[in-house]
Design a protein around this ligand. Structure first.
Ligand SMILES: Cc1cc2nc3c(=O)[nH]c(=O)nc-3n(C[C@H](O)[C@H](O)[C@H](O)COP(=O)(O)O)c2cc1C
Ligand code: SF4
Length: 218
């Protein structure tokens, strides 16, 4: 149950241990629930799908490295409830642990010069993973800030967690030494001149403008 309901139950029972659950996203949230006496224990479910290393990072006092769940339910519960295997909107390795290592990285045999064009969610994750694997990464973003469409989504009411995710990426890329270049649109000439070993285009897409919709094809 959520922390509010745990408080009510706690005041009504004497010998039971009460666990609060739901929307506890960070160690700070968890500490507050316990310190305020709302519950004796907390459980973090989606938070550990979004970041399988949450507990270790909290134990090692690396709270800024925790990738906090967005409470979006898109890829975890949303897929589970339709009988698909689960994943996570912000942790693509969730559900693919055997193939992709569960957000654990091994160094690539050769360190390459990687150019990522576009600082939206796909470009950010690609730059992070490439840098974790020991590549020398440059990320060029056309605008003055990271996030792309995710930043737009984060401006909705009660969706500020998405903007926190953008801060998390900025922190991680900084720690990993990724060269992030703002206001740097890259055309084909600039990309050729850059002479990267590998180029990732993560510039997103544009609406076709035809009015066609998958759910309303006619
Ligand atoms: C993928 C997924 C599967 C879940 N399966 C169950 C379940 O089988 N039984 C259950 O009581 N709750 C289930 N839950 C609910 C969680 O136990 C938890 O109550 C909920 O996710 C809210 O807590 P959180 O904000 O820490 O994620 C599931 C949640 C997710 C995301
Ligand atoms: S899909 Fe959304 S709600 Fe589910 S764990 Fe990932 S970020 Fe959290």
């Amino acid at each position: 149950m959520g922390a509010d309901l745990a408080t009510v139950l706690n005041s009504a029972v004497s010998f039971a241990r009460i666990q609060a659950e739901s929307h506890i996203r960070t160690p700070e949230n968890a500490n507050n629930v316990i310190a305020s006496g709302q519950a004796d224990m907390v459980s973090i479910v989606r938070g550990q799908i979004a970041d399988p290393h949450l507990v270790n990072k909290a134990r090692e006092n690396r709270v800024e490295d925790i990738r906090s769940c967005l409470s979006c339910n898109q890829m975890c519960w949303g897929r589970r409830s339709r009988d698909y295997w689960i994943s996570c909107l912000i942790n693509p390795s969730a559900g693919r642990e055997f193939e992709w290592g569960g957000d654990r990285f091994s160094l690539a045999p050769v360190s390459r010069r990687v150019l990522v064009v576009g600082g939206g969610p796909a470009g950010l994750e690609c730059a992070r993973v490439a840098a974790e694997r020991g590549h020398r990464v440059t990320l060029c973003e056309a605008s003055g800030e990271l996030g792309g469409q995710f930043r737009l989504a984060g401006m909705q009411p009660r969706r500020g967690q998405i903007l926190q995710l953008m801060e998390w990426y900025a922190t991680q890329l900084d720690k990993l030494g990724v060269d992030v270049r703002y206001n740097s649109p890259m055309g084909s000439d600039e990309i050729s001149e850059f002479s990267a070993d590998a180029v990732v285009l993560a510039t997103g897409s544009q609406p076709a403008g035809t009015g066609y919709q998958k759910h309303c094809p006619t």
